[in-house]
Design a protein. Sequence first.
Length: 338
Amino acid sequence: MTLPRIQILALGGTIATSPDASGAMQMGLGADDLVAAVPLLATLADIRAETVSRVGSHSLSFDQMHALAAKIMGLDVDGVIVTQGTDTLEETSFLLDLLVERDIPVIVTAAMRNPALTSPDGPGNLLAAVRVACDPWVKAHARSLGVVAVMLDEIYAAADVLKIHPTRLNAFASPQTGPLAALVEDRVVPLSLPVRAPVEAARKRLTAAEGREQPVALLWLGLDEPGYILEAMVDHRDQLGYRGVVVGAMGGGHVPERVASLVGQLSEIIPTVVSPRAGGGPLLRQTYGGPSSEIALRKAGLIFGGRLNPLKARVLLQACLRAGLDRTAIAEIFETFG
Ligand code: GLU
């Protein structure tokens, strides 16, 4: 029997750490080391392992991730597994989902407990990812699933998965939708399929996303925010260099009244996306009145980010800007997310 060809692309992260002389964990392990730690993999798949980088995911760049997406597009294999740090997995997996169009499983996995600790989760997560990549339901639905994250025997859609805790083992969840499937024994038990239309529609317009870096600021608005950063962005846009802004707004799409006009001015200068600081979930469009309500902000030209978490909205906005899309096209893409 021919085993499925599964390509492992290792970026770094806790899963790839080993202790230095002082006991501090360093990102030293490569893809071959990760594979060697799980001998069972060779019985499940024809594993090909490549070390792409040895960096913490907190230091990955959009350029690196765009290059990784292009690499995945060109691979002649039956499944791809990216291993990386957990810190930005919710962003990198969504970017890959926006850029990669393949009919094979594309999976991102990681570890919360490093290899020097008792019961590290890296080997188990890698084994689970390979089992998921080889599973008949997953293979048959690869296109409908898109890029998925596999952590602790659960499978999550890239558009939904969030890192919801900085240290505990079960640090990942999809609060809006729940997992797509569970790995039980050696079987994948399907639970649901993701709503893919917004991602597919976005990808069609992101084809030129290999353009230059497009820095996007993320401004999380809190109680009584005075707006000094917004003011600086309005007054010194060119010096600051940002090409877009995501505003982590209150509730269904509100900002403190004292910054409402600044937010409006900002959106006249650069694409400015309103995203729920509640972490995700659709925004309102036509419920509240007043100068800082969703009705006023939409009228003022703010782009409403729909159900996307602010971190994911930022990923999408930078991809749109890289692709050279104008404000109208960007607004249309975000509108499809609710
Ligand atoms: N901050 C590191 C990273 O994201 C380690 C965290 C982790 O992998 O869990 O790569």
